[in-house]
Design a protein around this ligand. Sequence first.
Ligand code: 3PG
Length: 215
Amino acid sequence: MSITPEEACVASEKLCRTAPVIPVLTVTEVAHAAPLAEALVKGGLPVLEVTLRTPCALEVIAEMAQVAGGIPGAGTLLTPQDVENALKAGAKFGVSPGATDKLLDAAEEMGLPMLPGAASASEAMRLLERGYRVQKFFPAEAAGGAPFLKSIGAPIPQILFCPTGGVSPTNAPDYLKLPNVACVGGSWVAPADKLESGDWGGIEGLARAAATLSA
Ligand code: 3PG
């Protein structure tokens, strides 16, 4: 079932406004999927971006789709095949570091709400022209950080961003106070060492702190 860019934006905006942080998750073991999702949901972060960067990422999404209250999506979508795989696994949304027409065509045809990435005024304008007024700003810190989004918000206030890449509990408030930022994305709530040691309580604590972040 296909979706329009505007329908995708309505869905993305709702997801981005669910909590101040979307955890960006790189998971290496399927067994981690359920306890990780449970810890994050319990901590107040129900929207989960699983990067397609590990061999088990699609299985992880499928597991997380079974966790009550969890809303798993697939990150690092680069190709139409990635879109198809993500949907089959049960992803509720997709995130991409940048955007191509091929990728967006596929997501619209197959019905996956996309949060496509932009890192410059021209990229953001091109996505806007295509109907995507909700965008990921990536790589946020490397591409200019909060000052970039503040500047771009003057001429193009109609785009709502989810900055991701180098965002931390320290700089997140600088982004969250901007009117053109709905939430931020970041991997700090699920660090590799806590995943490896199965420190789900620790991850829940990080999520709880992230869920209360604000300007
Ligand atoms: C990524 O590239 O994995 C995401 O943008 C998250 O970046 P981060 O690890 O800097 O939060």
